[in-house]
Design a protein around this ligand. Structure first.
Ligand code: FAD
Length: 279
């Protein structure tokens, strides 16, 4: 029995080849008996059908699957229709986000923040959905201040979120401090660390730049020094991220949520090295 709950995040594939690959990934990861898998949603609804199709596919594979839903750029009417579609498929779990509009694209929409989306979902659908929200141990890049960001996080929970998943980070202290600070604001829901396995240096630096996650200098410099040696990057990445996960679990994280990028190998190896074999 695992001491902690595992979850895995996917994105909706765009091609049949991608669909087949994701099915194989889900089959491999299902041996770890995840609590759920989640499927991302393009802001403004760009992946709306793909998200739903992928969730339904995962449910057919016997997994509890949670679609993400972002409110930026969407009307209440369209969000209402999506919630109905999710409910019709028997979906009971979702990840509620603000999302990010591609620069220069469109209007903000009727709901500006994730807290408003959580409130809207509760008003429309009562307790039908278990709602996850995002949390930022290194703070959201647009936050006015760390304090304001923590208060925004607490507001999402007050609006009715059941639990939270963090942005990825490589500094465990940031996570533990964030959790302590959130508890002081009365947030009592589980805050599950988001884990990004390291398999590709340039991709990691690009993602981190976009989402505001810090790659510590010692990690970046080591990765850079490996150049095109993918095997060395993989081996070092597995050591670093397994060590991070071990510390998180040892010091009380309630679960681990892996950003898989639709591949099973790295997340599975980390879990196996930690001796996690499913509930
Ligand atoms: P919010 O909680 O609304 O916060 C956004 C910013 O606004 C923060 O700086 C916050 O401090 C500030 N803020 C909040 N409320 C107020 C207020 N009342 N007044 C002033 N400022 C306020 N993006 C996608 O497009 N699709 C996905 O599927 C997706 N999945 C994700 C999954 C996870 C686990 C995480 C961590 C992120 C995900 N993202 C996704 C990215 C996310 O959409 C972005 O980080 C986005 O910029 C913020 O979304 P949020 O829900 O955290 O926003």
């Amino acid at each position: 029995m695992n001491p902690i709950e595992l979850s895995f995040e996917f994105f909706p594939p765009k091609t049949q080849e991608g669909v087949d690959k994701l099915r194989a990934t889900a089959t491999q990861l299902s041996t770890l008996k995840p609590k759920f898998v989640s499927v991302t949603f393009g802001a403004g609804g760009s992946t709306q059908q793909g998200t739903l199709d992928t969730v339904v596919d995962m449910m057919k594979q016997g997994l509890d699957a949670a679609p993400h839903l972002s409110c930026i750029g969407s009307s209440k009417e369209s969000l209402r229709a999506i919630l109905h579609a999710y409910r019709e498929q028997g979906i009971r779990h979702l990840v509620a986000l603000r999302g990010d509009l591609p620069s220069g694209m469109g209007e903000v929409g009727e709901l500006r923040y994730a807290s408003e989306l959580v409130g809207f979902i509760r008003a429309e659908q009562g307790d039908w959905f278990d709602i996850e929200v995002a949390a930022y141990p290194e703070y959201h890049p647009q936050a006015r201040s760390p304090k304001a960001d923590l208060e925004s996080f607490a507001r999402k929970v007050q609006a009715g979120a059941n639990s939270a998943i963090t942005q990825y980070f490589y500094n465990a202290d940031a996570y533990f401090r964030f959790v302590d600070d959130a508890r002081k604001l009365g947030v009592d829901v589980p805050i599950v660390p988001g884990i990004m396995p390291i398999t590709n240096y340039s991709q990691l630096m690009r993602f981190s730049e976009m989402c505001g996650a810090e790659v510590p200098k010692w990690i970046a410099r080591r990765l850079e020094s490996f150049g095109d040696d993918r095997e060395a990057i993989r081996a070092f990445g597995l050591d670093v991220v397994t060590g991070l996960c071990e510390r998180l679990v040892k010091e009380g994280a309630p679960g681990l949520h892996f950003y898989t990028l639709n591949g099973a190998a790295a997340s599975k190896t980390i879990c196996e090295r930690m001796g996690l074999r499913g509930q």
